[in-house]
Write a protein that binds this ligand. Structure first.
Ligand SMILES: Cc1cc2nc3c(=O)[nH]c(=O)nc-3n(C[C@H](O)[C@H](O)[C@H](O)COP(=O)(O)OP(=O)(O)OC[C@H]3O[C@@H](n4cnc5c(N)ncnc54)[C@H](O)[C@@H]3O)c2cc1C
Length: 396
Protein backbone atom coordinates (compact mmCIF):
# COMPACT_ATOMS: atom_id res chain seq x y z
CA UNK A 1 0.00 0.00 0.00
CA UNK A 2 0.97 3.63 -0.48
CA UNK A 3 0.96 5.05 3.04
CA UNK A 4 1.41 8.71 3.93
CA UNK A 5 3.05 9.27 7.33
CA UNK A 6 2.73 12.82 8.64
CA UNK A 7 5.66 13.77 10.94
CA UNK A 8 9.32 12.72 10.84
CA UNK A 9 10.03 12.62 14.59
CA UNK A 10 10.38 9.31 16.45
CA UNK A 11 7.21 7.40 15.53
CA UNK A 12 7.02 8.44 11.85
CA UNK A 13 10.43 7.21 10.63
CA UNK A 14 10.14 4.06 12.80
CA UNK A 15 6.85 3.26 11.10
CA UNK A 16 8.36 4.07 7.68
CA UNK A 17 11.22 1.64 8.42
CA UNK A 18 8.91 -1.26 9.30
CA UNK A 19 6.48 -0.54 6.45
CA UNK A 20 9.39 -0.54 4.04
CA UNK A 21 10.60 -3.84 5.51
CA UNK A 22 7.17 -5.38 5.04
CA UNK A 23 6.68 -4.40 1.40
CA UNK A 24 4.70 -1.16 1.58
CA UNK A 25 5.51 2.19 0.03
CA UNK A 26 5.63 4.86 2.75
CA UNK A 27 5.98 8.61 2.15
CA UNK A 28 6.96 10.95 4.98
CA UNK A 29 5.86 14.58 5.15
CA UNK A 30 7.52 16.83 7.76
CA UNK A 31 6.56 20.40 8.58
CA UNK A 32 10.13 21.47 9.47
CA UNK A 33 12.53 22.31 6.62
CA UNK A 34 14.93 19.59 7.85
CA UNK A 35 15.31 17.17 10.76
CA UNK A 36 15.45 19.21 13.96
CA UNK A 37 18.81 19.45 15.83
CA UNK A 38 19.48 19.82 19.57
CA UNK A 39 16.60 20.16 21.99
CA UNK A 40 16.10 18.03 25.04
CA UNK A 41 17.50 14.72 26.25
CA UNK A 42 15.32 11.65 26.63
CA UNK A 43 15.85 8.54 28.70
CA UNK A 44 15.36 5.57 26.43
CA UNK A 45 14.72 2.04 27.63
CA UNK A 46 12.18 -0.79 27.76
CA UNK A 47 10.60 -2.54 24.81
CA UNK A 48 11.28 0.51 22.60
CA UNK A 49 14.95 -0.34 23.10
CA UNK A 50 14.20 -3.81 21.68
CA UNK A 51 12.61 -2.20 18.60
CA UNK A 52 15.71 -0.01 18.15
CA UNK A 53 17.85 -3.15 18.45
CA UNK A 54 15.85 -4.89 15.71
CA UNK A 55 16.53 -1.83 13.54
CA UNK A 56 20.27 -2.11 14.19
CA UNK A 57 20.66 1.40 15.63
CA UNK A 58 21.57 0.61 19.25
CA UNK A 59 25.39 0.89 18.79
CA UNK A 60 24.89 4.41 17.38
CA UNK A 61 22.55 5.38 20.24
CA UNK A 62 25.05 4.16 22.84
CA UNK A 63 27.84 6.01 21.05
CA UNK A 64 25.99 9.32 20.77
CA UNK A 65 24.13 9.12 24.08
CA UNK A 66 25.12 9.58 27.71
CA UNK A 67 25.52 7.15 30.61
CA UNK A 68 24.46 9.46 33.48
CA UNK A 69 26.49 8.65 36.61
CA UNK A 70 24.78 10.81 39.20
CA UNK A 71 21.48 12.54 39.88
CA UNK A 72 22.15 15.31 42.41
CA UNK A 73 19.71 17.55 44.28
CA UNK A 74 21.07 20.85 45.64
CA UNK A 75 19.62 23.45 47.99
CA UNK A 76 19.14 27.12 47.04
CA UNK A 77 22.68 27.78 48.33
CA UNK A 78 24.21 24.84 46.43
CA UNK A 79 24.43 22.41 49.40
CA UNK A 80 23.93 18.75 48.46
CA UNK A 81 20.57 17.41 49.70
CA UNK A 82 20.46 14.00 48.01
CA UNK A 83 22.16 12.00 45.29
CA UNK A 84 21.93 8.63 43.60
CA UNK A 85 23.75 6.71 40.93
CA UNK A 86 21.28 5.81 38.13
CA UNK A 87 23.70 3.19 36.78
CA UNK A 88 22.13 0.81 39.34
CA UNK A 89 18.89 1.20 37.39
CA UNK A 90 20.73 0.60 34.15
CA UNK A 91 21.97 -2.67 35.63
CA UNK A 92 18.33 -3.60 36.50
CA UNK A 93 17.47 -2.87 32.87
CA UNK A 94 20.28 -5.24 31.82
CA UNK A 95 22.22 -2.31 30.38
CA UNK A 96 19.40 -1.54 27.93
CA UNK A 97 19.08 2.12 28.86
CA UNK A 98 20.60 5.26 27.39
CA UNK A 99 20.01 9.01 27.72
CA UNK A 100 20.22 10.72 24.34
CA UNK A 101 19.15 13.95 22.62
CA UNK A 102 15.71 13.35 21.15
CA UNK A 103 16.97 14.77 17.87
CA UNK A 104 19.90 12.29 17.80
CA UNK A 105 17.47 9.41 18.38
CA UNK A 106 15.23 10.76 15.59
CA UNK A 107 18.20 11.15 13.22
CA UNK A 108 19.44 7.61 13.91
CA UNK A 109 15.97 6.24 13.11
CA UNK A 110 15.67 8.37 9.99
CA UNK A 111 19.12 7.35 8.73
CA UNK A 112 18.15 3.68 9.08
CA UNK A 113 15.81 4.28 6.12
CA UNK A 114 18.94 4.51 3.96
CA UNK A 115 17.43 7.24 1.78
CA UNK A 116 14.88 4.73 0.51
CA UNK A 117 11.72 6.53 1.65
CA UNK A 118 10.33 9.58 -0.13
CA UNK A 119 10.43 12.47 2.37
CA UNK A 120 8.80 15.84 1.78
CA UNK A 121 10.18 18.52 4.12
CA UNK A 122 8.70 21.96 4.76
CA UNK A 123 5.12 20.88 4.05
CA UNK A 124 2.07 19.53 5.82
CA UNK A 125 -1.44 18.27 5.22
CA UNK A 126 -4.35 20.71 5.11
CA UNK A 127 -7.26 18.39 4.25
CA UNK A 128 -7.96 14.64 4.26
CA UNK A 129 -10.88 13.10 2.39
CA UNK A 130 -11.40 9.38 3.04
CA UNK A 131 -13.79 7.98 0.40
CA UNK A 132 -13.58 4.43 1.73
CA UNK A 133 -11.20 3.28 -1.03
CA UNK A 134 -8.44 5.90 -0.75
CA UNK A 135 -7.56 9.02 1.21
CA UNK A 136 -7.34 12.14 -0.93
CA UNK A 137 -4.78 14.47 0.68
CA UNK A 138 -4.27 18.18 0.14
CA UNK A 139 -0.91 19.66 1.12
CA UNK A 140 -0.08 23.20 2.26
CA UNK A 141 2.21 23.51 -0.78
CA UNK A 142 -0.87 23.17 -2.99
CA UNK A 143 -0.23 19.64 -4.26
CA UNK A 144 -2.85 16.88 -3.98
CA UNK A 145 -2.28 13.11 -3.86
CA UNK A 146 -4.11 9.87 -3.08
CA UNK A 147 -2.91 7.29 -0.54
CA UNK A 148 -4.27 3.95 0.63
CA UNK A 149 -3.74 4.96 4.26
CA UNK A 150 -2.68 8.07 6.18
CA UNK A 151 -0.96 7.84 9.56
CA UNK A 152 -0.57 10.86 11.85
CA UNK A 153 2.82 10.76 13.60
CA UNK A 154 2.84 14.50 14.10
CA UNK A 155 3.18 14.66 17.86
CA UNK A 156 1.20 16.07 20.76
CA UNK A 157 -0.44 18.87 18.74
CA UNK A 158 -1.25 16.59 15.80
CA UNK A 159 -2.84 18.16 12.72
CA UNK A 160 -3.97 14.74 11.46
CA UNK A 161 -5.81 14.16 14.74
CA UNK A 162 -7.73 17.42 14.50
CA UNK A 163 -8.49 16.90 10.79
CA UNK A 164 -9.72 13.31 11.16
CA UNK A 165 -11.04 13.14 14.74
CA UNK A 166 -12.07 16.70 15.68
CA UNK A 167 -11.02 19.33 18.22
CA UNK A 168 -8.13 18.66 20.63
CA UNK A 169 -10.19 19.50 23.74
CA UNK A 170 -11.90 16.09 23.52
CA UNK A 171 -8.62 14.23 23.85
CA UNK A 172 -6.03 16.45 25.54
CA UNK A 173 -5.62 16.31 29.29
CA UNK A 174 -3.40 19.06 30.68
CA UNK A 175 -1.53 17.89 33.80
CA UNK A 176 -1.09 21.40 35.24
CA UNK A 177 2.68 21.40 34.77
CA UNK A 178 4.67 23.13 32.05
CA UNK A 179 8.21 22.46 30.87
CA UNK A 180 10.83 24.68 29.30
CA UNK A 181 14.16 23.53 27.88
CA UNK A 182 16.99 25.50 26.33
CA UNK A 183 20.63 24.97 25.47
CA UNK A 184 23.58 27.34 25.57
CA UNK A 185 27.28 26.94 24.81
CA UNK A 186 30.17 27.54 27.21
CA UNK A 187 28.21 27.54 30.50
CA UNK A 188 30.17 26.88 33.68
CA UNK A 189 30.12 24.83 35.92
CA UNK A 190 29.54 21.64 33.89
CA UNK A 191 29.61 18.47 36.12
CA UNK A 192 29.95 15.91 33.31
CA UNK A 193 27.34 13.10 33.30
CA UNK A 194 25.61 14.52 36.39
CA UNK A 195 21.99 15.73 36.31
CA UNK A 196 22.08 18.62 38.81
CA UNK A 197 18.73 19.81 40.15
CA UNK A 198 17.25 22.37 42.48
CA UNK A 199 13.61 21.84 43.41
CA UNK A 200 11.22 24.10 45.30
CA UNK A 201 7.49 23.96 45.92
CA UNK A 202 5.88 24.23 42.46
CA UNK A 203 9.08 24.35 40.38
CA UNK A 204 12.33 22.68 39.47
CA UNK A 205 15.49 23.66 37.57
CA UNK A 206 17.89 21.09 36.10
CA UNK A 207 21.24 21.40 34.33
CA UNK A 208 23.01 18.74 32.27
CA UNK A 209 26.32 19.09 30.42
CA UNK A 210 26.03 17.94 26.80
CA UNK A 211 28.63 17.12 24.13
CA UNK A 212 30.57 19.95 22.43
CA UNK A 213 30.58 22.29 25.44
CA UNK A 214 26.79 22.76 25.34
CA UNK A 215 24.58 22.70 28.45
CA UNK A 216 20.89 21.83 28.57
CA UNK A 217 18.67 23.50 31.16
CA UNK A 218 15.22 22.10 31.87
CA UNK A 219 12.55 23.71 34.04
CA UNK A 220 9.27 22.31 35.28
CA UNK A 221 6.67 24.55 36.88
CA UNK A 222 3.03 24.37 37.95
CA UNK A 223 0.98 26.34 35.44
CA UNK A 224 -2.72 26.01 34.73
CA UNK A 225 -3.00 28.97 32.33
CA UNK A 226 -2.58 29.33 28.58
CA UNK A 227 0.78 28.83 26.89
CA UNK A 228 1.60 31.51 24.32
CA UNK A 229 1.79 29.46 21.11
CA UNK A 230 4.64 30.15 18.62
CA UNK A 231 5.66 33.30 20.54
CA UNK A 232 9.11 32.66 22.00
CA UNK A 233 9.61 36.11 23.61
CA UNK A 234 6.28 35.68 25.45
CA UNK A 235 7.27 32.13 26.46
CA UNK A 236 10.59 33.39 27.83
CA UNK A 237 8.73 36.06 29.84
CA UNK A 238 6.42 33.40 31.23
CA UNK A 239 9.42 31.31 32.26
CA UNK A 240 11.17 34.29 33.88
CA UNK A 241 8.05 35.16 35.88
CA UNK A 242 7.61 31.53 37.05
CA UNK A 243 11.23 31.24 38.18
CA UNK A 244 11.40 34.65 39.89
CA UNK A 245 13.16 34.52 43.25
CA UNK A 246 14.54 31.01 42.73
CA UNK A 247 18.02 30.45 44.21
CA UNK A 248 20.93 28.21 43.17
CA UNK A 249 22.24 29.16 39.69
CA UNK A 250 18.84 30.12 38.31
CA UNK A 251 19.51 33.91 37.99
CA UNK A 252 22.76 33.22 36.05
CA UNK A 253 21.02 30.61 33.88
CA UNK A 254 18.20 33.02 33.03
CA UNK A 255 20.81 35.65 32.11
CA UNK A 256 22.13 33.21 29.50
CA UNK A 257 18.67 32.53 28.03
CA UNK A 258 19.23 35.27 25.43
CA UNK A 259 22.09 33.13 23.95
CA UNK A 260 19.96 29.97 23.76
CA UNK A 261 20.52 28.07 20.51
CA UNK A 262 17.29 26.10 21.01
CA UNK A 263 14.23 26.94 23.12
CA UNK A 264 11.16 24.84 23.92
CA UNK A 265 8.20 25.53 26.19
CA UNK A 266 4.94 23.59 26.36
CA UNK A 267 2.39 22.20 28.76
CA UNK A 268 2.65 18.60 29.94
CA UNK A 269 -0.41 16.92 28.47
CA UNK A 270 -1.68 13.46 27.76
CA UNK A 271 -3.70 12.38 24.75
CA UNK A 272 -6.41 9.85 25.60
CA UNK A 273 -8.63 8.70 22.74
CA UNK A 274 -11.39 6.10 22.54
CA UNK A 275 -9.83 4.86 19.28
CA UNK A 276 -6.61 5.54 17.38
CA UNK A 277 -8.12 5.07 13.93
CA UNK A 278 -11.04 6.21 11.83
CA UNK A 279 -11.55 4.64 8.41
CA UNK A 280 -8.23 4.73 6.56
CA UNK A 281 -6.57 7.19 8.96
CA UNK A 282 -4.65 6.13 12.08
CA UNK A 283 -2.46 7.76 14.72
CA UNK A 284 0.83 6.65 16.21
CA UNK A 285 3.14 8.06 18.92
CA UNK A 286 2.24 11.20 20.87
CA UNK A 287 -0.42 12.10 18.27
CA UNK A 288 -2.77 9.39 19.53
CA UNK A 289 -1.43 8.30 22.91
CA UNK A 290 0.93 10.89 24.40
CA UNK A 291 1.75 9.73 27.95
CA UNK A 292 3.27 13.20 28.71
CA UNK A 293 6.91 13.92 29.35
CA UNK A 294 6.33 12.98 33.01
CA UNK A 295 6.19 9.34 31.89
CA UNK A 296 9.79 9.60 30.68
CA UNK A 297 9.02 6.96 28.07
CA UNK A 298 7.14 8.63 25.21
CA UNK A 299 9.90 7.95 22.66
CA UNK A 300 10.14 4.29 23.50
CA UNK A 301 6.35 3.91 23.41
CA UNK A 302 6.21 5.74 20.06
CA UNK A 303 8.65 3.19 18.64
CA UNK A 304 6.70 0.26 20.08
CA UNK A 305 3.46 1.61 18.60
CA UNK A 306 5.07 2.14 15.18
CA UNK A 307 6.48 -1.40 15.13
CA UNK A 308 3.20 -2.97 16.29
CA UNK A 309 1.15 -1.01 13.73
CA UNK A 310 3.42 -2.18 10.89
CA UNK A 311 3.46 -5.75 12.22
CA UNK A 312 -0.33 -5.89 12.48
CA UNK A 313 -0.68 -4.50 8.92
CA UNK A 314 1.64 -7.25 7.72
CA UNK A 315 -0.21 -9.91 9.73
CA UNK A 316 -3.62 -8.76 8.43
CA UNK A 317 -2.32 -8.98 4.85
CA UNK A 318 -3.89 -5.78 3.56
CA UNK A 319 -7.00 -5.67 5.77
CA UNK A 320 -6.31 -2.30 7.38
CA UNK A 321 -9.47 -2.38 9.56
CA UNK A 322 -8.43 -5.68 11.14
CA UNK A 323 -4.86 -4.38 11.57
CA UNK A 324 -5.95 -1.12 13.21
CA UNK A 325 -8.20 -3.03 15.62
CA UNK A 326 -5.42 -5.48 16.53
CA UNK A 327 -2.94 -2.60 16.99
CA UNK A 328 -5.26 -0.96 19.47
CA UNK A 329 -6.16 -4.18 21.30
CA UNK A 330 -2.53 -5.05 21.79
CA UNK A 331 -1.36 -1.63 23.00
CA UNK A 332 -4.20 0.18 24.74
CA UNK A 333 -3.70 -1.56 28.14
CA UNK A 334 0.04 -0.76 28.15
CA UNK A 335 -0.53 2.89 27.22
CA UNK A 336 -3.24 3.34 29.85
CA UNK A 337 -0.99 1.89 32.55
CA UNK A 338 1.83 4.25 31.56
CA UNK A 339 -0.50 7.25 31.43
CA UNK A 340 -2.02 6.52 34.83
CA UNK A 341 1.43 6.08 36.37
CA UNK A 342 2.68 9.37 34.88
CA UNK A 343 -0.07 11.40 36.54
CA UNK A 344 1.30 10.56 39.97
CA UNK A 345 4.82 11.65 39.02
CA UNK A 346 4.14 15.40 38.87
CA UNK A 347 5.14 15.83 42.53
CA UNK A 348 8.60 14.47 41.80
CA UNK A 349 9.24 17.41 39.45
CA UNK A 350 7.10 20.22 40.87
CA UNK A 351 5.87 19.31 44.36
CA UNK A 352 2.59 20.99 45.30
CA UNK A 353 3.54 21.83 48.89
CA UNK A 354 6.32 21.60 51.44
CA UNK A 355 5.28 18.13 52.59
CA UNK A 356 5.53 16.78 49.03
CA UNK A 357 8.91 18.48 48.62
CA UNK A 358 10.33 16.88 51.77
CA UNK A 359 8.89 13.48 50.84
CA UNK A 360 10.35 13.75 47.33
CA UNK A 361 13.81 14.63 48.66
CA UNK A 362 13.67 11.74 51.15
CA UNK A 363 12.77 9.29 48.35
CA UNK A 364 15.61 10.67 46.23
CA UNK A 365 17.99 10.06 49.14
CA UNK A 366 16.74 6.45 49.50
CA UNK A 367 17.39 5.88 45.80
CA UNK A 368 21.06 6.14 46.74
CA UNK A 369 20.72 2.65 48.26
CA UNK A 370 21.10 0.30 45.24
CA UNK A 371 18.75 -2.39 46.57
CA UNK A 372 15.97 0.13 47.27
CA UNK A 373 16.49 1.72 43.85
CA UNK A 374 16.26 -1.68 42.17
CA UNK A 375 13.07 -2.59 44.08
CA UNK A 376 11.46 0.83 43.53
CA UNK A 377 12.26 1.14 39.84
CA UNK A 378 12.86 -2.41 38.66
CA UNK A 379 9.27 -3.10 37.63
CA UNK A 380 8.80 0.16 35.76
CA UNK A 381 11.87 -0.65 33.66
CA UNK A 382 10.10 -3.69 32.21
CA UNK A 383 7.15 -3.19 29.87
CA UNK A 384 4.35 -5.76 30.15
CA UNK A 385 4.17 -6.43 26.40
CA UNK A 386 5.59 -8.89 23.89
CA UNK A 387 6.29 -7.59 20.40
CA UNK A 388 4.24 -9.50 17.80
CA UNK A 389 6.38 -11.37 15.29
CA UNK A 390 6.29 -10.40 11.62
CA UNK A 391 4.66 -13.08 9.44
CA UNK A 392 7.02 -15.66 7.98
CA UNK A 393 8.69 -14.49 4.79
CA UNK A 394 8.71 -10.85 5.90
CA UNK A 395 11.81 -9.06 7.20
CA UNK A 396 13.23 -9.94 10.63
C1 LIG B 1 11.07 18.08 27.88
C2 LIG B 1 10.70 16.70 27.44
C3 LIG B 1 11.33 15.60 28.01
C4 LIG B 1 11.03 14.32 27.59
N1 LIG B 1 11.67 13.28 28.15
C5 LIG B 1 11.46 12.04 27.68
C6 LIG B 1 12.20 10.94 28.20
O1 LIG B 1 13.02 11.08 29.11
N2 LIG B 1 11.99 9.73 27.64
C7 LIG B 1 11.12 9.55 26.61
O2 LIG B 1 11.01 8.42 26.10
N3 LIG B 1 10.36 10.55 26.16
C8 LIG B 1 10.51 11.79 26.66
N4 LIG B 1 9.79 12.82 26.16
C9 LIG B 1 8.68 12.56 25.21
C10 LIG B 1 9.16 12.27 23.80
O3 LIG B 1 9.97 13.31 23.30
C11 LIG B 1 7.94 12.09 22.91
O4 LIG B 1 7.05 11.18 23.50
C12 LIG B 1 8.35 11.55 21.53
O5 LIG B 1 9.18 12.49 20.89
C13 LIG B 1 7.11 11.26 20.69
O6 LIG B 1 7.50 10.94 19.39
P1 LIG B 1 6.54 11.31 18.17
O7 LIG B 1 7.27 10.88 16.94
O8 LIG B 1 5.19 10.81 18.43
O9 LIG B 1 6.43 12.90 18.20
P2 LIG B 1 7.56 13.97 17.98
O10 LIG B 1 8.88 13.45 18.41
O11 LIG B 1 7.05 15.22 18.63
O12 LIG B 1 7.63 14.19 16.41
C14 LIG B 1 6.56 14.77 15.69
C15 LIG B 1 7.11 15.26 14.35
O13 LIG B 1 6.02 15.73 13.58
C16 LIG B 1 6.35 16.99 13.04
N5 LIG B 1 5.09 17.72 12.85
C17 LIG B 1 4.33 18.32 13.80
N6 LIG B 1 3.23 18.83 13.24
C18 LIG B 1 3.28 18.54 11.92
C19 LIG B 1 2.44 18.80 10.82
N7 LIG B 1 1.27 19.47 10.98
N8 LIG B 1 2.81 18.35 9.60
C20 LIG B 1 3.98 17.66 9.42
N9 LIG B 1 4.82 17.40 10.43
C21 LIG B 1 4.47 17.83 11.66
C22 LIG B 1 7.28 17.61 14.05
O14 LIG B 1 8.09 18.64 13.47
C23 LIG B 1 8.10 16.41 14.49
O15 LIG B 1 9.19 16.20 13.64
C24 LIG B 1 10.04 14.12 26.59
C25 LIG B 1 9.39 15.21 26.04
C26 LIG B 1 9.71 16.49 26.46
C27 LIG B 1 8.98 17.65 25.84
Amino acid sequence: MKILIVGAGIAGPTLAYWLQQTGHEPTLVERAPQLRRGGYIVDFWGTGFDVAERMGIVPRLLDEGYRVREVRELSATGRRIARFDPRHLITSARGRYVSIARSDLAAAIYDSLGGGVETIFDDTVTALHDDGERVHVQFASGSERDFDLVVGADGLHSRVRSLAFGPDEQFERNLGISVAVFEVEGYRPRDELVAVMHTQVGRQALRFAEHDDATMFAFMFRHEGEIPVDDIPAQKNLLRSRLAGMGWEVPEILDRMADARTFYLDGASQIRMPSWSRGRVALVGDAGACPSLLAGQGSALAMIEAYVLAAELARADGDHSAAFAAYERRLAPLILTKQDAAIGLGSAFAPRNRFELLLRNAVLGLMGVPLIAAIAMGRSLRDPITLPPLPAGRAV
